[in-house]
Design a protein. Structure first.
Ligand SMILES: [Ca+2]
Ligand SMILES: [Ca+2]
Length: 309
């Protein structure tokens, strides 16, 4: 006799088991996802906390550097002095803070080319400016860049004035890239056409003077025709041994050209007005870097530029 077929009872526990397993899997996946999310959030929060702590430590370091620079009142800013170069700042056990401080004023002051009228090129810079453009083999740019930077709107001989010109001293060296004819290659160098770029010869970190203790040798060669590579080598050798703190230190050099001092005394100095502080803050494998440009003037030291890398 046929009996009506009953739904198999043995399949139901299997179904329940699958359902339970599925929901357990879902729960576990959810829990894992939540744990991962929580861990990521925690990591983000601790990275943010580190970033804030690092900035605060860097600011403290800069404050200490400012105080130290004001106390440095000798007649030379040289890399041989112990406060320049890299040194660790003692701050707790968790963090390491390393400061690298370097005197600037090492190149031609592109932010201080003119007399106070904003248009007349300083006499002592006339020849160096010409020599610079000969050196980079772009003499046709010399007058135009002066027009790009000078306050007036009258083209000088060989120059041009355009609406896009900034007509003021640049705040950063990159700004001269806005002048037509200066491209990335000419600015940065290190390429076949321009092995040495304008960045090496020009700076905005200057009060108008070039510190002979840190000046780029190729820049010294531009300053006067008697500053030949051989004489510049003598200067570089001498400053490697001791800080140069006055004309007396240079006049003693065997090859030192007679009559040079009056020609370049408006351009050369033995101290710096600007300093670059590079600060690295580290905690475990977290690292942040900061750069501050400091200006020292009349017994005060102020931060004129600040960058988080
Ligand atoms: Ca102009
Ligand atoms: Ca002009």
């Amino acid at each position: 006799m046929w009996t009506p077929s009953q739904p198999s009872r043995s399949k139901r526990p299997g179904f329940v088991l699958v359902a339970v397993l599925l929901s357990v899997t879902l729960l576990v996946t959810g829990a894992l996802a939540f744990a991962w999310f929580a861990r990521m959030e925690l990591r983000k929060a601790s990275a943010l906390a580190f970033s804030l702590q690092a900035r605060s430590l860097a600011e403290t370091a800069v404050h200490e550097i400012q105080r130290g620079l004001v106390l440095d009142t000798n007649d030379a800013d040289s890399l041989l002095e112990p406060w320049f170069g890299a040194w660790p700042l003692p701050i707790g056990e968790d963090f390491s803070v390393v400061v690298r401080l370097t005197p600037q004023n090492g190149a031609l002051p592109v932010n201080a080319l003119f007399l106070p009228d904003g248009s007349t090129l300083r006499t002592e810079l006339e020849k160096p400016w010409e020599r610079l453009w000969e050196k980079v083999r772009r003499p046709e740019l010399a007058a135009g860049l002066l027009d790009f930077l000078d306050a007036d709107r009258t083209p000088r001989a060989g120059g041009t004035e355009e609406d896009s010109f900034i007509n003021r001293p640049p705040a950063a060296i990159d700004e001269i890239r806005l002048f037509p004819g200066i491209d990335e290659n000419l600015l940065t160098g290190n390429n076949e056409k321009y092995p040495v770029g304008l960045e090496r010869f020009l700076t905005v970190r200057s009060d108008g003077k070039i510190n002979v203790n840190v000046a780029v040798p190729e820049v010294l060669e531009l300053l006067d025709e008697t500053l030949t590579p051989a004489v510049v080598r003598e200067i570089v050798e001498k400053r490697r041994k001791e800080p140069l703190s006055g004309w007396g230190d240079l006049a003693g050099l065997p090859g030192f050209p007679q009559g040079l001092q009056p020609r370049v005394s408006g351009l050369l100095s033995f101290t710096s007005s600007h300093f670059l502080a590079d600060i690295e803050v580290r905690k475990g494998n977290l690292v942040r870097r900061f750069e501050a440009v400091l200006l020292k003037r009349s017994g005060r030291c102020t931060v004129v530029a600040w960058k988080e890398m």
